[in-house]
Design a protein around this ligand. Structure first.
Ligand SMILES: [Zn+2]
Length: 253
């Protein structure tokens, strides 16, 4: 790795941390229909604004030792967690795609997946405000980056969402329309790699569901949100879908 590459890798992580900090605000405010622009970050407990010197991704939380400067309320480990996760995923995208227009596109997609996953965990909804524009912008960007295969993104989007719609009709209460729209977004962005995304989502969802039941955290009949699993599968496919699909085709077909 050259010095410039190292510098750009560090910049990617930093950008991920800053974006992650913004994603925390989106995750918290979007379901409550509050503005995500103003006011700035504040303590959810006492409402005091976070001071500029504490508003640094991950480090701010460490400096405050996980407590609000004003009211001493505990600040959830999730905030620095989302920032660190976004930073690592942005770094991984840069390492996979390098200095290419696809890198910021993958960053945007991963950011959308993180927001959907946490909002689905908190509220059991997948917000239209993310997945509807995500499908339109995702399809437009995919076609702009890869015009010769525009039809592949269309087929992938319609195929993935149609598949989940069918599953939802067979297992009532299984998949919701949010999951269907999210699959549309994933297909529009991932193209043929959406197969890898869905396979990974169901695999991890199956293992995760079994673990939750085995540990008694959830009953057999509880509805488990599927958005987080779709997010994990989609993120995996965005970073490693093409080589995995190639390997599968070469080995088994
Ligand atoms: Zn406070």
């Amino acid at each position: 790795m050259s010095g410039l590459d190292l510098y750009l890798a560090a910049c990617s992580m930093l950008a991920g941390g800053v974006v992650g900090s913004f994603l925390n605000v989106v995750i918290h405010r979007l379901p409550m229909k509050q503005s995500i622009v103003s006011p700035g970050s504040r303590c959810p407990e006492c409402g005091h604004g976070i001071r500029r010197r504490h508003n640094i991704p991950v480090l701010g939380w460490l400096m405050l030792k996980g407590r609000c400067h004003d009211c001493d309320a505990a600040i959830s480990l999730r905030y620095p967690g989302v920032e660190a996760l976004t930073a690592l995923l942005f770094l991984a995208s840069f390492l996979v795609y390098g200095v290419q227009p696809r890198t910021p596109f993958v960053w945007t997609f991963l950011a959308a997946l993180i927001v959907v996953a946490f909002i689905d965990i908190d509220h059991r909804i997948i917000p239209n405000k993310i997945v509807v524009p995500g499908s339109v912008i995702g399809f437009g960007a995919s076609v702009a980056l890869d015009p010769a295969r525009w039809w592949q993104y269309l087929v992938a989007g319609l195929g993935a969402s149609g598949f989940l719609l069918l599953l939802g009709m067979i297992w009532r209460g299984g998949m919701g329309m949010g999951d269907v729209k999210m699959a549309l977004m994933m297909g529009c962005v991932l193209g043929s790699s959406v197969i890898v995304a869905l396979f990974a989502s169901f695999l991890i969802g199956g293992i995760g569901g079994a673990l939750l039941i085995a540990t008694g955290l959830r009953g057999r009949r509880d509805r488990v949100p599927f958005g987080p699993y779709l997010s994990i599968g989609g993120g995996f496919a965005a970073l490693a879908g093409a080589p995995v699909l190639e390997w599968y085709v070469r080995s088994f077909l």
